[in-house]
Design a protein around this ligand. Sequence first.
Ligand SMILES: [Zn+2]
Ligand SMILES: [Zn+2]
Ligand SMILES: [Zn+2]
Length: 165
Amino acid sequence: MNQATTLFPRPEHDHTSCVETALLRAEQLCRKRGARLTVLRRRVLELVWESHAPVGAYALLDRMADGESRPAPITVYRALDFLQAHGLIHRVESLNAFVGCEHPGSGHGSQFMICQGCHAVAEIHDARLDRAIERTADEGGFALTERRLELEGWCRHCAAERSDG
Ligand SMILES: [Zn+2]
Ligand SMILES: [Zn+2]
Ligand SMILES: [Zn+2]
């Protein structure tokens, strides 16, 4: 099996275990760094991890609304800032939304493949891409500060469904 088959989770995968793993990793990482994963921050992380599709701040606020009460947007933004600062979530700029990081703690640039069908996002960490970008910038005399890459297309599962239909 090449890597491409495993980048996007299968639609029928056990997502509960994705969420559990993500929360466990977050707890371990925060403990190691002496950072406080408060109830609110943990809840926001859990909601970001509700699926592999990125979620926007407003949608998060909606998900957090509990009957009459709704958290103040600023508290949710701060929680998102915290999670982002610790690499627990990534911001997908083209969608203005957030997605959980699968390997928090390892410093990595943002390379994403975004499925237009199921909206799932897969992180890629390809050193060849990094090198190519650096070389191109270098040759163009461009001082690179951000090497964000957001590719759009169809994941294997959605592509298969499209060709079936
Ligand atoms: Zn999952
Ligand atoms: Zn990541
Ligand atoms: Zn898809």
